[in-house]
Write a protein that binds this ligand. Sequence first.
Ligand code: SAH
Length: 238
Amino acid sequence: MQQLIEAANHFGIQLNSVQLEQFRLYRDELITWNRSLNLTAINTPEDIELKHFADSLSVLPALGKEAFEGSPEVIDIGTGAGFPGIPLKIAFPCIRLTLLDSTQKKLRFIEHITTRLGLENASVVTGRAEEIAHDPSHRSCYQLVLSRAVAKLPALAELCLPYCSVNGLLATYKKGDISQEVASCQNAVEMLGGKIKGLSEVTFPGLADGRFIVIMEKINPTPLKYPRRPGIPLKNPL
Ligand code: SAH
């Protein structure tokens, strides 16, 4: 766990023994469930600690710890095996976390792990982000929306910005040369009521391989026609 401890320090937080024990349990359960469910390609203890856990926490310098203080409503869109939502919930137990994914089997693992880790105020939603976004109990309800490895920015903005409350933030995890992707989403972001707030590179040595956090801010409500039907945002991005 040494690398995770160092990464967390680098990102400005100190993990206590309870949190480290939760990460250990999460890692071990992920490895066990992965044997039958194929949840993630990353499968060694060291890789899970660095590329899943530490990477999930890497949003902290870009967002600031304040974004997680005062029990904010947070949603992770396309959470898969829980990333980045669950590591952030372990680090900031006071957040109210919703984990959304369209794949039932992944959510079975999520339900198991949130119970096993004793996480409170962590709920699971099964369905397509495009559809759930029109449900009033989720639309515009979140101060912070997170998403990692789900889609390119123009489509991702359409899937995620409807969930942000006005003045809320969307933080996405990106890798590689993203200048083109950022340029190509400007139009979509504006149509969806958002604004690109900033882009910051992840600098922790083990993760400094071209990872970026892109932050968007919701400045106006998203027009009701967005997101479009499932599959359309990806097939035909704004
Ligand atoms: N965020 C996780 C998983 C990434 S894989 C991680 O970083 O490890 C992408 C995940 O997004 C998959 O679990 C897939 O089921 C989910 N997903 C993709 N499109 C979606 C959509 N339109 N609505 C809901 N979930 C979606």
